[in-house]
Design a protein around this ligand. Sequence first.
Ligand SMILES: CC(=O)SCCNC(=O)CCNC(=O)[C@H](O)C(C)(C)COP(=O)(O)OP(=O)(O)OC[C@H]1O[C@@H](n2cnc3c(N)ncnc32)[C@H](O)[C@@H]1OP(=O)(O)O
Ligand SMILES: O=C([O-])CC(=O)C(=O)O
Length: 374
Amino acid sequence: MAEKPTKGLADVVAASTALSDIDGRAGRLFYRGYDIHELAGNATFEEVAHLLQRGAPPTRAELEAYSAELVAGRELGALAEANIDEVAASQSPMEALRTLISLGSADDPDKNSNEPDANLRKAARLTAQQAVLVGRYHAARTGAEAPTPDPAQGTAANLLLQITGRQPSPREVEIFDTCLVLHADHTMNASTFAARVCAATLSDMHSAVVAAIGTLKGPLHGGANEQVMRTLEGLDPAHVAQSTRDRLARGEKIMGFGHRVYKTEDPRATHLRRMSRELAEASGDDRYYRMSHEMEEVVLAEKGLRPNVDFYAATVYHYLGIPTDLFTPVFSVSRMAGWTAHVIEQHADNRLIRPDSEYIGERDQKWVPIAERG
Ligand SMILES: CC(=O)SCCNC(=O)CCNC(=O)[C@H](O)C(C)(C)COP(=O)(O)OP(=O)(O)OC[C@H]1O[C@@H](n2cnc3c(N)ncnc32)[C@H](O)[C@@H]1OP(=O)(O)O
Ligand SMILES: O=C([O-])CC(=O)C(=O)O
């Protein structure tokens, strides 16, 4: 008989990885051995994507070559290009990304190969395309002309320009770049696990990231950042504490709090809180930052729960001028670096992922033909 399952696979080690590591008690996160506190504000998203996908921080020449690959990879395939308007008109942002990445596989020159070189090329293209797709989707649904990506600028500057339609300040780009760095990988989170399960059948990288996008979309995972903003927008600033207490008393979950692995502060939240405060002060309207801070104090006092990565990311994105329903898509742009790196890692040392289940249904049933069932 199968063992009792651990609900939600909590504490089950499902894979070996050299990509990221978490010390949940100490509140520490590492990408390939580099502390997130060292990377935040010092490394660019492109450097981190290279680190994850290609195994080491790039030299200057490697970064130039990788950046050129990303620029070339911004070109969408013909099928995605032909359908973007229709998809934008009929699908929400995360649905649309799931569809458009799936369509994009049709035109990917490496679509039929899981070989290491093909996977590296696809990882770069998918990372570049996810950012372009978010900007193009937003332009298509608003009827605006998407600003042409500037080949001299990186992912953060271009994506902010594409979404907001205005040239961001250098500090805004730095902050957004740090957000992308902070969200790039996170051990066996649900979307990465989904990607690895798919890849482990020896399916292709596009299929794996489509599974991951669908998984990130849920409000218990990446979808929480959008819900955080909707909560803040729906709150009366004068009653944040009472309303939060009331919701907790009713047994409701407060989005952006709690984590399966961290038992103390999520180290990414430390940076996001600081950046949220900076942007709030610079904006001249720090209402949402103050409300967030008040919520944080109440949830800690009442439930002992701390903010996760999604909590202060919401107000950072808001102050950067990103529409609320693009918060999770922005997360997916960054996490594409991690998902693709995990697919590469899975394919390099593969075994089918097929756990067991505990059967809790009826046994020894006798089949009654439909004519006798009434
Ligand atoms: C990028 C990311 O994915 S970060 C996570 C984003 N998700 C969210 O912010 C959604 C809100 N948070 C949650 O739902 C959870 O904390 C999760 C999904 C992140 C982790 O889930 P789990 O590890 O399964 O914890 P679980 O949901 O069992 O919670 C344990 C207890 O804390 C409570 N709890 C956990 N999170 C919250 C919360 N945000 N608000 C209120 N109570 C909470 C649960 O109700 C449960 O209480 P109980 O034991 O009295 O029933
Ligand atoms: O690790 C998790 O379960 C969720 C998370 O914080 C992430 O994916 O960044």
